[in-house]
Design a protein around this ligand. Structure first.
Ligand code: NAD
Length: 416
């Protein structure tokens, strides 16, 4: 099993070298500010008591409150959460939003819980988190297998404890509880703007582009819809049940209906089945991993035939995988840029709550585009200037901004 945090540190160190980052700044960024390891007791439906393992890692808050999702998944562990928190710091800095990096989760398969158990587990987690979170301290959001309902339960429990409702405590809330228009589609929308900007750079039109998307959830499914609506061929996609492939392109609107009625993408008519491993190796223009970490590694990177990768998932390519892709001339738009639409619109939700405003979806997407396209340009230029891969360029730009926060502001606090 790959150590995610070691991977994240390797990426950090590599970029630090490119910009000659001072040792003291790097040292601060290599270690999270705070790690909360939390016992989450829950009374199960059968009356027994079960303890789940929960985490919240607050990595860095130089730019603003810690910000990052909560993940409910069986493979969640401290190393994964630490890596994801570090990536959030970098991601917010790449996008240039005034938020820091954090992440949390519970080691659990939520599909095996009843709705009541899920609610009690979430509220138990919220009670343990309460002393260390807050709208100006640490702002959580949904991630894999968590959603707006779960965020609303956390808000409810926090409100019960503090006695006042602080909507900006958490983002990704349902609309009627102060959520932002467009949040559900924000991650994919951001990646779609990045995709269009990339196609422009490489002079490809939408009709010459074939895409494979691993994962058909919140991020991957919406990305597939946006591509399909724009005339871009999505030839393959998958979920935890397996994958499907049609060289001529899948009808994503029909596939959405199929997934809604059967719960899976497999069994869709007009497509052949393909394993999740084989999907990654299809001859496409652009491969979009949108499910889990560590999908492209030293073991399979040599077989990747896509010319470009857009990382919609967090951490889908390992450092060994990166090296092989670079050697073979395959460019990867890194997660810290490609999926930053999610945290950017989360920040918009936080801002709307703080200012007591409500923005329309159209406003939200215009503002998102105004942030993510220049961020892409900035990273693209850095990679050309320094002749480095896009991930290192994104980290380098993030570190330059963090360095100036450290020297212009944060460091002074430790000098009195
Ligand atoms: P999700 O739970 O909505 O969807 C995950 C998808 O992956 C599902 O379709 C699931 O069936 C599929 N999947 C699970 N195991 C798989 C496997 N072994 N092979 C192929 N597919 C598999 O989650 P999401 O929100 O879409 O998140 C997906 C990725 O995007 C994660 O890495 C997440 O951290 C990242 N991300 C999401 C957001 C967001 O706003 N949703 C923001 C930034 C990053």
């Amino acid at each position: 099993m790959q150590n995610q945090f070691e991977n994240a540190l390797q990426q950090l160190d590599k970029a630090a070298k490119v910009i000659n980052l001072e040792e003291e700044v790097l040292t601060q960024l290599r270690t999270p500010d705070r790690i909360l390891q939390i016992k989450v007791p829950v009374v199960m439906d059968d009356g027994s008591l079960k303890n789940f393992e929960g985490y919240r890692v607050q990595h860095n808050n130089w730019a603003g409150p810690y910000k990052g999702g909560l993940r409910y998944f069986p493979s969640v562990d401290l190393n994964e959460v630490k890596a994801l928190a570090l990536w959030m710091t970098i991601k917010c800095s790449v996008a240039g939003i005034p938020m820091g990096g954090g992440k949390g989760g519970i080691t659990v398969d939520p599909k095996k819980l009843s709705p009541g158990e899920l609610e009690r587990m979430t509220k138990s987690f919220a009670r343990a988190l309460a002393p260390n979170i807050g709208a100006q301290v640490d702002v959580a959001a949904p991630d894999v297998y968590t959603n707006g309902q779960i965020m609303a339960w956390i808000l409810d429990e926090y409100t019960k404890i503090t006695g006042k409702e602080e909507l900006a405590l958490i983002t990704g809330k349902p609309m009627e509880r102060g959520g932002s228009a467009g949040r559900d589609r924000a991650t994919a929308m951001g990646a779609f703007y990045v995709l269009k900007a990339l196609l422009e750079k490489i002079n490809l039109n939408v009709f010459e582009t074939a895409i494979a998307i691993q994962g058909f959830g919140n991020a991957g499914g919406v990305m597939a819809e946006l591509c399909f609506a724009d005339g871009i061929k999505v030839v393959a996609t998958s979920d935890s049940s397996g994958g499907i492939y049609n060289e001529a392109g899948l009808n994503i609107a029909a596939l959405m209906k199929h997934k809604q009625s059967t719960g899976a993408v497999t069994g869709f008519s007009g497509a052949t089945s393909v394993t999740n491993e084989a999907l990654l190796e299809l001859p496409v223009t652009i491969l979009i991993p949108a499910a889990l970490e560590n999908q492209i590694t030293g073991a399979n990177a040599e077989r990747i035939k896509a010319k470009y990768i857009i990382e919609l998932a967090n951490g889908p390519v390992t450092p060994e995988g990166d090296e092989i892709l670079a050697k073979n001339g395959i460019k990867s738009v890194p997660d810290v840029l490609a999926n930053s639409g999610g945290v950017t619109v989360s920040y918009f939700e936080w801002e709307q709550n703080i200012k007591n405003e409500k923005w329309t979806e159209a406003d939200v997407f215009v503002k998102l585009k105004e942030i993510i396209v220049p961020a892409f340009e900035d990273v693209w230029n850095k990679h050309l200037d320094k002749q480095i891969d896009l991930r290192t360029a994104a980290f380098a730009r993030a570190l330059e901004k963090l360095r100036s926060l450290w020297y212009n502001d944060v460091r002074k606090k430790f000098n009195n």
